[in-house]
Ligand binder design. Structure first.
Ligand code: F6P
Length: 464
């Protein structure tokens, strides 16, 4: 069995003394795969992302990385030419495909599909080819290969041509754009992306909505019917309750709770959000809604704090750097407009700290999860699992998680600032018993398909 993804389960850094240090990656895919245990032949193929990774690949002679670094996982990292990787990853995957599936373009001026785009597209093809060739080389006869995400949309078809004997699955962790938006892409590119994924035996998605959008794009771009007979499936990744509950009660999390309570101030309510500073997460509109709440409902002043953790993401892209600055600017503006000597209305932290995120999950009165569009959004699923006393979830109807959590969440249209402020007001007013009951039901729905099961289900379906 093989897994392929751009970002792998381990990353390396070169220290000042030239020594390499490794860090194990987090996330659902890593924990899902670690649960495969007995299938010791599984190999994870990923890309080298920085100088440390490239050095590690060189030291491993291009073969498998030392198992001491990977927690026993067999990992092959591909040292794809750095410029090619940058054009494929930043130029196409993050700046075009991510924008299309999350519908992020400001269309009067973008996208522009010019010669420069075509040059980057050639790099995206080369990057996908490098993965297909490595997978073809690693895979035993009839092996199952699980290819992840929009970075690798072309690889299934390329691999199918090299190795018709393999069982190939593709999984999209993002939303899928509706046809009218997907067709912003040039026709040949749109067709190449779809036929690339259709090279797989199964194309899987996080929700029915994204799976249906993919099928609708196939009909719109390629003609009626799914030409290759590829099966389309849905696997709604859930939160890992055992891991989260254990991790959330370690001493470092308790320490962070004490520090956070100090920053918040005694007796105040909290509206918590935890995100990567990702354009689709809608952090700025969340802040604007909170500002509207304070402006229009002065009874909340001094009584509530918006705890916003906005961790760095994709800082190679100018638009992400600008967005990060805007988050900081709006938070500062709210604090200077409304803050008092004893009350800081917005507590913003930008340095990634998992223990502090868990501390915030535990003490949150309200969790604000308002993405413009999101494949799933695991924060919406994690908060109810670790909440100490129950938390009201204000949830965008455009998050994949909405499909499973809508009944016990307070829904919002992510563009509607006034509506979001009203939702925050309503959520802050939910009585404790109702809050606890709702949280219990949310936690049950959020953990229905834990990562290991999510992964094994895909494998079983593929091996059929
Ligand atoms: O969160 C959705 C997702 O598509 C993941 O599947 C993927 O690992 C990640 O985003 C990519 O983020 P990055 O560019 O930081 O690797």
């Amino acid at each position: 069995m093989l897994v392929a993804s751009n970002r792998g389960p381990v990353s390396y850094e070169v220290g000042e003394d030239g020594a390499l240090s490794s860090k194990r990656g987090g996330g659902g895919l890593v924990s899902g795969l670690s649960a495969i245990g007995p299938d010791t032949d599984a190999v994870w193929v990923c890309a080298a992302l920085g100088d440390g990774d490239r050095e590690a690949v060189a030291r491993a002679g291009g073969g498998l990385l030392p198992e001491a670094d990977t927690g026993g996982q067999r990992v092959r990292m591909l040292d794809i030419d750095a410029a090619t990787h940058a054009d494929a990853y930043n130029g196409i995957a993050n700046s075009v495909l991510w924008f299309v599936h999350h519908m992020l373009y400001q269309t009067p001026l973008e996208p522009v599909f010019d010669a420069e785009f075509r040059r980057k597209w050639a790099a995206y093809e080369a990057y996908n080819r490098a993965f297909a060739e490595a997978l073809a080389e690693e895979a035993a006869e009839g092996a199952a290969v699980l290819i992840q995400d929009y970075h690798l949309a072309l690889a299934p078809r390329m691999l199918r041509r090299l190795r018709p004997d393999l069982r190939i699955g593709h999984f999209s962790h993002t939303p899928w754009a509706p046809p009218e938006y997907f067709r912003l892409l040039p026709d040949d590119i749109a067709a190449e992306l779809l036929t690339g994924i259709l090279g797989a035996d199964r194309a899987a998605f996080l929700t029915r909505r994204w799976a249906d959008a993919f099928t609708a794009c196939c009909h719109a771009v390629l003609g009626p019917g799914i030409p290759s007979g590829t099966r389309v499936g849905v696997h709604g990744l859930g939160a890992d309750a055992d891991f989260l509950r254990e991790r959330a009660h370690r001493a470092d999390v308790d320490e962070r709770m004490v520090a956070l309570r100090e920053e918040i101030g005694a007796g105040r309510r909290t509206v918590v959000r935890v995100d990567r500073t990702e354009l689709s997460k809608n952090i700025v509109r969340g802040l604007l809604a909170y500002r509207h709440l304070l402006a229009e409902r002065p009874e909340w002043r001094e009584k509530v704090v918006h705890v916003a953790f906005a961790y760095p993401s994709r800082q190679d892209l100018a638009v992400y750097r600008d967005y990060t600055a805007e988050v900081q600017r709006v938070a500062d503006e709210i604090n200077s407009a409304f803050g008092t000597p004893g009350w800081t209305p917005v507590v913003l932290h930008v340095k990634d700290d998992f223990a502090r995120s868990l501390a915030a999950y535990r003490l949150a009165d309200v969790a604000l999860v308002n993405p413009i569009r999101d494949g799933m959004n695991l924060v919406a699923k994690e908060v109810p699992v670790v909440s100490d006393e129950g938390c009201v979830l204000v949830l965008s109807r455009e998050a994949g998680a909405y499909e499973e959590l809508s009944e016990d969440a307070v829904p919002v249209n992510p563009y509607d600032i006034v509506g979001t402020a009203d939702a925050l007001h309503a959520a802050l007013g939910v009585p404790p018993e109702e809050r606890a009951e709702r949280t219990k039901r949310l936690a049950a729905a959020a953990t229905a398909l834990p990562p290991a099961r999510w992964f094994l289900d895909q494998l079983e379906e593929l091996r059929g």
